[in-house]
Design a protein around this ligand. Structure first.
Ligand SMILES: [Zn+2]
Length: 211
């Protein structure tokens, strides 16, 4: 079942590993197919993961296929799919700069033109809750409203996309922008984009999520 999506999901995880966005079995990813979700298993290192380790869930979290436990963050993936029609894939990374910024507990402001049309305006920080909890899932849903990405306090990054390639791209874009922001913060106060520009670019985000 869903051979193509399993392969693509595994390739996405290997790319996260190559990009140093995760280590071992940390982070997770999924893709929606109709009313089911193809998701990474819990506690299987990406380097040895096969397509058979991948789990298929329905949107209520019942296992449709697979012997492994689904990712511990399945509640967060499911609540986002159930509430965001524009989310067809999710990448959750433990990338260094997004995680570092999440410690400061303040949003990533709109500072770079290419970011707003892809991720939305300021990228909020989901309040802290223990990994895998319903509370964390609720905090992520709240933080990612009208955005394609959220930071997770003391944890990492959570990005949605039209497909897995798009979600991974958004995670890379978020990571890169966090790095730029943190670098600038070391020497001064980073300037934000003009407000009217951010408004226009937010309109672009609204338009682009439909395609
Ligand atoms: Zn995590």
């Amino acid at each position: 079942m869903y051979d193509e999506q399993r392969r693509e999901l595994l390739d996405t995880c290997l790319e996260m590993l190559r990009l140093d966005m995760v280590i071992g079995s940390s982070g997770n990813a999924s893709v929606r197919v109709d009313d089911q979700v193809v998701i990474t298993p819990s506690s299987v290192h990406y380097a040895i993961m096969t397509t058979e380790d991948i789990v298929i869930l329905d949107l209520e979290g019942n296992t449709i296929e697979g012997d492994r436990n689904p990712s511990v963050e399945s509640p967060a993936h499911l609540i986002v799919y159930n509430n965001r029609e524009d989310a067809n894939a999710i990448v959750h990374a433990h990338s260094v700069y997004a995680s570092a910024l999440s410690l400061l507990n303040r949003p990533l402001p709109p500072i770079i033109d290419e970011v707003v049309p892809k991720l939305g305006g300021d990228i909020r920080v989901a309040k802290y809750a223990m990994p895998g909890t319903k509370d964390l899932a609720n905090h992520i849903l709240e933080a990612i409203e009208s955005r394609s990405a959220a930071l997770m306090a003391n944890h990492g990054a959570f990005c949605i996309g039209k497909n897995l390639g798009d979600a991974l791209h958004n995670a890379q874009l978020l990571e890169r922008t966090c790095k730029i922001y943190l670098t600038a913060l070391q020497v001064g106060v980073p300037a934000q984009l003009p407000e009217d520009v951010v408004e226009d670019e937010m309109d672009l985000w609204e338009m682009m999520k439909e395609y």
